[in-house]
Write a protein of this length. Structure first.
Length: 130
């Protein structure tokens, strides 16, 4: 028996375990986004500004630029028109958030396009690149 033959199954098992971990983590992230969306989707839902500041901070401090979660919170702010309230928290929120919000308004036709995306199936807020 070759010297390294005994370690090969462990490597495969470790790779499989890592793939399972990533798949479970992705499913967990997507479930969080779905849960947040369900909480916020109703038109009559009034968002608490402190809660929103916390959500934005957690998402922006824990994700990359291409994250669906970042797109979700910027869409949420546009659809729920909470931008004015957030300006009072400009020191507390990541600068990337305000950059992304401005980009949505000016580059991506702002409210109308965001409203369309908000009403569609929410899969576009999920992580598909992992």
């Amino acid at each position: 028996m070759p010297r390294n033959a005994g370690s090969q199954p462990r490597v495969r098992l470790s790779t499989f375990g890592l793939e399972c971990y990533h798949a479970a983590f992705k499913a967990f992230r997507d479930a969080i986004i779905d849960s947040l969306y369900q909480r916020c989707e109703r038109e009559e839902t009034q968002l608490n500004t402190a809660w929103l500041v916390d959500i934005i901070s957690v998402i922006y401090n824990g994700t990359t630029d291409s994250s669906g979660a970042r797109q979700f919170v910027t869409d949420l702010c546009i659809v729920k028109t909470v931008n004015v309230e957030l300006s009072d928290h400009s020191e507390d929120l990541p600068k990337d958030f305000f950059r992304d919000l401005a980009r949505k308004y000016h580059v991506f036709q702002g409210y109308e396009e965001t409203q369309k995306r908000w009403r569609e199936p929410k899969c576009h807020y999920h992580s598909h690149r992992d």
